[in-house]
Design a protein around this ligand. Structure first.
Ligand SMILES: [Zn+2]
Length: 248
């Protein structure tokens, strides 16, 4: 069966907020798209729900936390992102629920994005390989927080010191979703996406098992080329688009 074509995402926006579970989540396929948008003069802010402290088998969480925060900030800089927020929730055991929604809502009200981007939060990545629990919780929590942010009666304790509800998020984009029907051309910024992933040096060095010989270029080509083919370009990032306006 021929893969279905991707429709270009709407790029008529100024500010985006990226909410993901772990340092490295953006870099596994989306960072080149972020570079394209910051090159266009758009502002992109990253929000990391955890600090990825449980991500390196040979390093204790206390040690890994600082290393991974540093690597995430460095990888963000490569693609033109200067603001990186960390919510400090526990890596590997993020729970969907009100504390998660409340924390993401606060970030949305602070940065007032037009577009919010998260990771795929479907049950799988398309094949039989199951998605990870933190990704699913964070994606669902982000979707709900977009609504919460616009409702002044939800988490009203946040609305002090000039903080207002923010109900103008137009769309949520889930990167790498198996149900993606949209995409963006990342051909020109592909190399910066690779550099951004390589900035997770300690994390990549600590990968074991079937990931032990991981090659960032090979991996990113492997996900970006099929998406590019569907979009009619060399490389692309694919997104499932959720409209946040009823009826669209
Ligand atoms: Zn992750």
């Amino acid at each position: 069966m021929e893969p279905s074509p991707l429709e270009p995402v709407d790029e008529s926006w100024e500010n985006a907020l990226v909410v993901v579970a772990h340092p490295d989540d953006v870099e596994f396929g989306t960072a080149a798209a972020i570079a394209r948008w910051t090159d266009q003069g758009k502002t992109v802010v990253y929000c990391l729900v955890t600090s990825g402290e449980a991500g390196i088998d040979g390093m204790t969480p206390d040690e890994a936390r600082e290393v991974r925060i540093g690597e995430q900030i460095a990888s963000a800089r490569v693609v033109g992102v200067d603001t990186v927020e960390f919510l400090g929730m526990p890596d590997g055991i993020v729970e969907y629920g009100l504390p998660l929604r409340r924390a993401i809502t606060e970030v949305i009200r602070k940065h007032r994005p037009n577009i919010v981007i998260t990771n795929n939060f479907r049950e799988s990545w398309g094949g039989t390989f199951p998605n990870q629990s933190d990704h699913i919780a964070v994606g669902r929590g982000t979707l709900d927080a977009i609504r919460d942010a616009g409702n002044r009666w939800v988490f009203p304790e946040q609305l002090t010191d000039g903080v207002e509800p923010w109900g103008d998020v137009r769309q949520l984009w889930a990167a790498g979703s198996p149900d993606a029907a949209h995409g963006v051309d990342t051909t020109d910024t592909f190399d910066r996406g690779v550099e951004s992933l390589k900035a997770h040096e300690a994390y990549l060095a600590g990968l074991g098992g079937s990931w032990a010989n991981f090659d960032p270029v090979e991996f990113l080509e492997g996900v970006s080329r099929p998406a590019g083919t569907r979009l009619g370009v060399t490389f692309a990032a694919a997104f499932e688009v959720f409209s946040m306006s009823y009826g669209e």
